[in-house]
Design a protein around this ligand. Sequence first.
Ligand SMILES: [Zn+2]
Ligand SMILES: [Zn+2]
Length: 138
Amino acid sequence: MSELPLTGGCLCGGVRFELGAAPQVAGYCHCTRCQGRTGSAASAQAFVDGGALRFVAGEAFVRGWRHPDGGMEKCFCRECGAHLGSRDPDTGVWRALRMSAFDGDPGVRPSFRAFVAYAAPWEPIPDDGLERFDDARA
Ligand SMILES: [Zn+2]
Ligand SMILES: [Zn+2]
């Protein structure tokens, strides 16, 4: 078990956070927005209790981008471009952190693959037995 708080941040070190509650669920997203923002076939993210997330440095570096058609606000460091997580666009509450944003092992492991109907044609979805959803996780 990883010690709390979990810590993390961006590539340049400008943004630093602490998460005081261990994430319980994680998954891969294969949607085209995640492909675009990560430059890869899927994004691994942990779903978090936004109330347990605290920025200890550089919250002013965090930029969010909202798709005009809705969905979670995708947040990243405006200096280095590292992806940090997603916020609820209505409340501003953080709902997910990218697995890559944690310094160490966040403890949780991806248990599903979402939006597989939109998966990149150039990379087969791994045959790893994880639960799959054509769209959002049911
Ligand atoms: Zn940065
Ligand atoms: Zn996605």
